[in-house]
Design a protein around this ligand. Structure first.
Ligand SMILES: Nc1ncnc2c1ncn2[C@@H]1O[C@H](COP(=O)(O)OP(=O)(O)O[C@H]2O[C@H](CO)[C@@H](O)[C@H](O)[C@H]2O)[C@@H](O)[C@H]1O
Length: 643
């Protein structure tokens, strides 16, 4: 394959993303070939789209050594400082809290693939609203439900593509083909091998294969490589985050850039004039590759990218020496350059130099979206910006927030196959049956009148688990029951087991990741507690409202945007859909919970009003999709980022 040789002017970016100086580069060997499309097409023609049973065993580097700063922890001003690794294994430099501990293996015993109902038929004769302008859209994501999911990213990338396809767009979702050796692998059984290609990174050619399934109007494309085949969740296992996550997600980004050029899905490639939706840091190399690898060669000159930030706390930060592995020209180092503050460095000689993939994406993407308006503002502040606030502020003109929708087919109390009894806003009688069934399942005393409070989510710092822990002794002195479903921090899991033993008749902790149980808790509880420290959008409060379960949430990010605080004195018998509390303290959380408990017990008409208002809200993706389309149009009005 011919290696391209050229000389061009490329810019260099400062930490803030501003242009520093143009550099003369000569990178004939740096990025290798661009656009494997012609060769691929030739291959498809001559060989047909053959199914391949085996893959090249060119695996990437094995678990890399942790950066020198990782182990450094020092006490300063009473705060535990030190570089932390996020759940995907990258260093988070600006988080002053202690590390979260280990990841746990996802435990999805029950099949979630079959949960999916084909909606195309559901809408049957009804006319579906279509987009005014339709595009070729390529989602790039580490998770897409039901194939892979550890949280809200999987939900969004499993449902928004279907809605956009329904509106007339051509939609491809590119994510890894995770095989864990568990029954969950059968989720990928509908995807067939449609060929393979080589991408250049980590010191050579890496062979990846593409698997494809066309479902619900969407081309689901799975990138296959041995590094995606191992037990655990997409980011780690019970021993912690995988050490080669930078390699695995570099592969994903490179492969995703090739997919629209090389895969003749349904007979035609998506081509160059497409729109990449880049989800979180795992896909963050995509806008960099467009700008640094493809556009200088006249490829993807009309494509655009939109970076969607689901969680700014995870940025894909690794030691600076890893830059050479990313498959980018040396001259683009400045776009990813990241320097830790002195306090976060390991020793006097440590210069704190790192590469930050999300930062590079923020610099080079055409537009930036977050998953709520509140969070779009928060990430431009020192408190919520995780060190990127300055850069994000400088890109405010292309930064928007759109509140997530939910999959209203999967999450529908009138048809949910996981719950004991169906119900709706018009007939709520099934809800108490769900509660009784949940109490039975959990071995709690069966008490339909006792307020049942639930929590569902990752057991980590973001979700405010520490607040629950400190509030539980007081809460357990009330006449309530409490159930927690979660996985993550090992100490939290142990604490849940201990709390269950201590409050036998009142508390249940379900350790693990279990989608059907999450549905049953959402339906069976009266109150859903979300004391999140920050919450870009949050989906559980939306699911809760749809199921007549009243959210009690910290007033932050998307929680503040979506939950309206209850006002019993408003005309017409009250208004609001839940309780929002602030500041984030045990006292204000307990005060909000006590208000909710009292309202549940003593003011049934108010409670019914809260339930019905929540259930009547429109959380469908349709309205969000229209806003997304507006952002797509803005992305195409401006010229693409070329550096
Ligand atoms: N143990 C368990 N068993 C079964 N299901 C479990 C579970 N733990 C969590 N889940 C499920 O995972 C999803 C969590 O979604 P969230 O949006 O609340 O948070 P997350 O932080 O993962 O997402 C990030 O991305 C999303 C999407 O943009 C943002 O809404 C959010 O604020 C941001 O932090 C929900 O579907 C929930 O039911």
């Amino acid at each position: 394959m011919e290696s391209l040789k050229f000389t061009t002017l490329l810019p260099c970016k400062s930490l803030s993303g501003n242009l520093v100086r143009p550099k003369l580069i000569n990178h004939h060997d740096v990025i290798g070939q661009v656009g494997l499309a012609p060769l691929w097409k030739k291959r498809c023609k001559t060989e047909g789209l053959r199914l391949r049973a085996s893959l090249s065993s060119k695996a990437g580097p094995q678990d890399g050594a942790p950066s020198a700063v990782e182990d450094q922890k020092e006490k300063e001003n009473g705060v535990l400082l030190g570089a932390e690794r996020d759940s995907s294994g990258s260093v988070i430099g600006f988080n002053l809290s202690p590390p979260n501990g280990h990841e746990v293996v996802i435990d999805t015993e029950e099949d979630v693939t079959s949960d999916r109902i084909e909606t195309a038929e559901d809408v049957g004769g009804r006319e579906k609203p279509k987009a005014k302008v339709t595009r070729s859209i390529v989602f790039v994501t580490a998770e897409a439900a039901p194939y892979s999911k550890t949280g809200g990213l999987g939900d969004v990338c499993g449902s928004l593509p279907v809605v956009l396809a329904g509106r007339g767009h051509r939609v491809m979702v590119v994510s890894p083909r995770y095989l864990t050796g568990s029954p969950a692998d059968k989720k990928f059984s509908g995807a067939i091998d449609v060929g393979h290609t080589n991408v250049i990174c980590f010191g050579g050619e890496q062979e990846v294969a593409f698997f494809h399934e066309y479902r619900e109007g969407v081309d689901w494309v799975f990138v296959d490589h041995p590094s995606f085949h191992r037990p655990g969740n997409p980011y780690g296992d019970s021993f912690g985050a995988f050490g080669d996550n930078q390699f695995r997600f570099t592969l994903l980004s490179h492969a995703a850039c090739e997919a629209p050029l090389v895969l003749p899905l349904g007979g035609y490639t998506y081509g160059q004039n497409c729109l990449f939706l880049v989800n979180d840091w795992h896909a963050g190399l995509v806008p960099l590759l467009l700008a640094a690898k493809y556009r200088p060669h006249g490829v993807y000159t009309d494509a655009r990218s939109v970076l969607i930030i689901h969680n700014l706390a995870h940025q894909g930060v690794e030691s600076a020496v890893t830059y050479k592995n990313l498959g980018l020209p040396a001259e683009w180092y400045g776009a990813l350059e990241w320097v830790f503050p002195e306090w976060a460095r390991a020793h006097a000689l440590d210069r704190g130099e790192a590469v930050n993939i999300l930062k590079g994406a923020v610099v080079t993407t055409d537009r930036i979206l977050t998953v709520s308006e509140g969070y779009a503002w928060e990430i431009t502040t020192v408190e919520g910006g995780y060190g990127l606030n300055g850069l994000l502020s400088s890109r405010k003109s292309v930064l928007n927030g759109i509140t997530n929708g939910i999959d209203v087919v999967e999450w529908d109390p009138s048809s949910d196959k996981h719950i004991a009894s169906h119900y709706s806003a018009n007939d709520l009688s099934g809800k108490v049956e769900c509660k009784i069934a949940l109490q039975k399942e959990l071995g709690l005393p069966i008490r339909p009148d006792c307020p049942l409070i639930g929590f569902i989510g990752r057991l980590d710092y973001q979700k405010g688990i520490d607040l629950i822990q400190s509030g539980i002794p007081e809460l357990m002195s009330e006449d309530v029951q409490f159930v927690m479903l979660g996985s993550g921090d090992v100490q939290c899991q142990d604490w849940m087991r201990l709390a269950e033993a201590t409050y036998k008749d009142k508390f249940r902790g379900w350790v693990g990741f279990n989608v059907p149980v999450s549905h049953r808790i959402t339906a069976g509880c009266d109150i859903l507690l979300m004391p999140s420290r920050f919450e870009p959008c949050g989906l559980n409060q939306l699911y809760a409202m749809r199921y007549g379960t009243i959210p009690v949430v910290h007033s932050t990010g998307g929680l503040r945007d979506t939950v309206v605080n209850f006002n019993p004195y408003a005309e017409g018998g009250g208004e609001g859909t839940g309780w929002t509390f602030s500041p984030l303290t045990k006292e204000s959380m307990l005060a909000a919970l006590r208000l909710a408990i009292r309202t549940y017990k003593e003011y049934k008409p108010s409670w019914d009003g809260l339930m019905k208002r929540g259930m009547g809200k429109d959380f469908t993706w349709e309205s969000a999709a229209i806003q997304y389309e507006q952002v797509f149009e803005w992305a195409f009005i401006d010229p693409p980022y070329v550096g």
